[in-house]
Design a protein around this ligand. Sequence first.
Ligand code: AHR
Length: 635
Amino acid sequence: IINVNAAKITSTIQPTMWGVFFEDINMGADGGLYAELVKNRSFEFDTPLMGWKMNGGKVKEGDFLVLNRKAADSVNPRFLRVNVHDAQRAGDMSITNEGFRGMGIKKGVDYNFSVLYSLQKTGVILHVELIDSTGKIVGSTSLTPNDNSEGWHRAEASFAADATVMKAKMRLWFEGNGVIDLDMISLFPSDTWKGRKGGLRADMVQLLADMKPGFIRFPGGCIVEGRDLSQRYQWKKTIGPVEDRQLSINRWNTEFAHRLTPDYYQTFGLGFYEYFQLAEDIGASPLPILNAGMACQFNTAELVPVSQIDPYVQDALDLIEFANGDANTRWGKVRAEMGHPAPFNLKMMGIGNENWGPQYLERLKIFTKAIKDKYPDILLVNSSGTDPNGERFQLLNDSLRKWKADIIDEHYYRRPEWFFQNAKRYDSYDPNGSKVFAGEYAAQSDKTVSVDNKNNWLTALSEAAFMTGLERNADVVYMASYAPLFAHIDAWQWTPDLIWVNNLQAYGTTDYQVQKLYALHKGTNGISILQNGEEIAGKDSLYATAAIDKNTNELIIKLVNAQDKPQVKQIQVDGKKLAANGKLITLQSDDLNAMNSFENPMNVSPKEDALAIKGKQINLTLKPYSFTIVKVKML
Ligand code: AHR
């Protein structure tokens, strides 16, 4: 018998409890969520023509030149100068962009082409064509740039695609005679999230919105730290007009990445304004993470001297003003001018990602004082390094807890066994002390950072078991998020990942289904659930947690049966009367290797059944290898 006491509240579950962690890894942003289809649109990759091919029977040496105006524009210095002569057809003079891993094109959808141009000599017509792998044109338009006044001008044209193609290319061919400078050559689908121009891929955002996440952590991860400090994430360089956002090599475009992607850059088209907007769209509390004056400790371990840390601290203070300040403040005005006069309601911020040691503490102290002095209500998330069982973790954690840190971020990429064994991890944490953010976790089917890791039912089930322990200790654990979030099937560096995408499709893994169920059925308060007077945290491979939702007056019980056999259980519920009918939601597979896929995205997905309840008694047969949720109204 399992005993639930619905009147015995054990914790308050934070509205932020289950969230998502976004990082531009695995082509999560450029080539993924950020719907731009043109790779290297402003010729700023280290190899200026990466992604582009110049073709044509009439092309002579010097007809295509990449010019660098660094002295005049250090942020977006390069552009392409095209000398067009006697060109009449596509075969004469053209440039082709290959897209990130091709361009995903959908039949019937409009595509918005845009370019910045400067005419040196008039007389050029631009033809834009989408081409499939056989060379067939599947959509086209043309435009005549005719503003020959000095400076840069924007030309735009929209056209529909008449076929669906997974890996199309875009050809731009030139007609006439003239000289034209081109920059920011861009192509976006019109069916972006909320139809925003230059926006995000709707199917990917939808999967996040469907989870109703309590928070979104961004922009990383190691991205925050950078390979060295010059490559750290600097939010101020990611706002304002996209052509003024200085591109940076992606930290995952390195020899430290687990698979090399030499064409991986950050254009910051998805920048801090867009992150805040995304958070607002999906109802998630924004959680930006800022650099603590330390580069990635796996790489250079470069540090800014404490005497020179002020600009880093100022970035943190200014970010709070950018998010929350009114239009009379310097940074609030910037936000308002970008289109969001209302504040973004920032309540928390992280300082550092996976940083540790006395160097971290020294720097963190300075940040904490400056932020708390000016914004005492902002909650600060502190890093606790990378090793959840190690001495380093303990030392850092002890110091942070002595300081009464608001929230401490713990990361664990471990084998499924670790997750099963650690369902009690937080039972011994002091509920009156610092709170925990389980900021990055994922069960590894092979080993940490192995390219053979899979998102299978075993990994998901072990996380479901572990998460019972997070929810049972919701007075300690305030937030949790799986990591990494997105991966492009043709361009990933790290696996497993929560959501896999190709150019046209996106699906949630088994692990996604678990995260989503927890987030959708979280409740407002933890309540007591015991078997023989003990927490249900692994005995007989059974794991359980229970909550009530004060808003909907529901009882929510979550159970994980990690055995290969069914378990028959009787649950007695005291403290509240129950309705005669409830719901049973089951996520299950007999096969621990079962996976979701593009072909079968819902292979492992929740099934819902009616559940008859007799008075206080709930009788259940928990299927082998199952995650089960009981939901019933309280009277
Ligand atoms: O999630 C992938 C990486 O794992 C993150 O960038 C980093 O924080 C961790 O080491």
